[in-house]
Write a protein that binds this ligand. Structure first.
Ligand code: PCA
Length: 329
């Protein structure tokens, strides 16, 4: 009788620890490197996405975001995910234009200059980009546009001639090429490091959104922001393909639902942030406004050159994206 009780309670204890163990085995943690600061809206959206997945899986999958390039620097995030050093992460994919020109579809000057057109361009490009990423061992979850890109300087600029010799911070091939075609010297610098680069004079100008200038408080070094609305590049959240294929269907469903929500709220935040951050630059003391007509004309001609160069490099698949986009407008 006594023995029986002991056996019973030992059995209960074992059962209890089995529950704890299986709970522990199921709870998984994914570190998610992000290139941009925690205050940036993309990072805020990623944090909400991570929370959504945690809630939706009942704590079964915990995604921990690491902003500001603290886990992997922007330029290393894609490789880290491909090689399985990180299961998931966020990256500006046009930064990888040197691997494949198709990654630069969203940085073609004056092709898609509004949020609506950027969405249409994304719809036209998504199948091709999903396939390209898949071939590289990556599964695409969601993509969110940055606000329209404008030009930052530390002096008034009214023509391309005014840009000659300026040290221009670039973030992908297209921005480096823009510098070359305008007589500036490109220097590649991650957003996380631009405040210092401007303060020390390593760079003196850039093309970016109001959001990034606001995040990095560039009014401490720069004076002018010209709204050019040149393009709206995207950040992408990608998962290692092996990790994704080993993820059970119920978890995948939750991740997909949270990803869809993140793309929607991210786009909404990007729109809201456009005006907010331009006002922030003005409050910081910068002169903010549209570029002059003469400068715009010159930039459009450079845009045509860059569009032709991109189509040449991206081949039939690139042309098909542009054709599908034009047909959807
Ligand atoms: N900010 C990012 C990319 C585009 C943008 O608006 C950056 O400057 O790095």
């Amino acid at each position: 009788m006594r023995n029986n009780v002991l056996v019973k309670s030992a059995g209960a204890a074992l059962f209890a620890s089995a529950i704890t163990l299986s709970g522990a085995a199921q709870a998984e943690k994914w570190d998610m490197p992000l290139a941009y600061s925690a205050t940036n809206f993309h990072s805020a959206v990623a944090a909400e996405f991570a929370k959504c997945v945690g809630t939706g899986t009942g704590g079964g999958l915990e995604i921990v975001t690491h902003p500001s390039g603290s886990l992997f620097k922007g330029g290393d995030i894609k490789r880290a995910i491909q090689t399985g050093q990180a299961p998931i992460g966020e990256r500006l994919l046009s930064g990888h234009q040197n691997e494949d020109a198709l990654f630069g579809f969203d940085s073609i000057p004056f092709l898609a200059t509004s949020f609506d057109d950027a969405d249409k361009l994304w719809a036209a490009a998504k199948p091709t980009l999903t396939e390209l990423l898949d071939e590289q061992g990556l599964h695409l979850l969601y993509a969110v546009p940055w606000p329209p890109q404008g030009l930052y300087f530390k002096k008034e600029v009214n023509s391309v001639a005014d840009m000659k010799g300026i040290k221009f911070r670039s973030y992908n091939n297209a921005t480096a090429r823009l510098a070359e075609l305008t007589g500036m010297s490109p220097v590649s610098i991650e957003a996380a490091e631009i405040s210092q680069a401007f303060a020390t004079g390593v760079a003196e100008a850039m093309v970016s959104s109001g959001a990034t200038g606001y995040d990095r408080k560039v009014w401490e070094s720069l004076t002018h922001f010209y709204e050019v609305d040149a393009w709206l590049p995207r950040n992408y959240v990608i998962v290692n393909k092996d990790v994704w294929s080993k993820t059970d269907d119920a978890t995948k469903n939750v991740i997909n639902a949270c990803a869809q929500l993140a793309e929607y709220t991210g786009t909404w935040r990007s729109k809201e942030y456009t005006g907010f951050t331009l006002a922030g630059l003005t409050a910081g003391g910068m002169t903010v406004g549209p570029a002059g007509d003469a400068l715009v004309e010159e930039l459009k001609a450079i845009g045509e050159t860059m569009t032709a160069e991109w189509l040449e490099a991206a081949g039939d698949k690139g042309q098909a994206i542009v054709d599908a986009f034009n047909a959807s407008k």
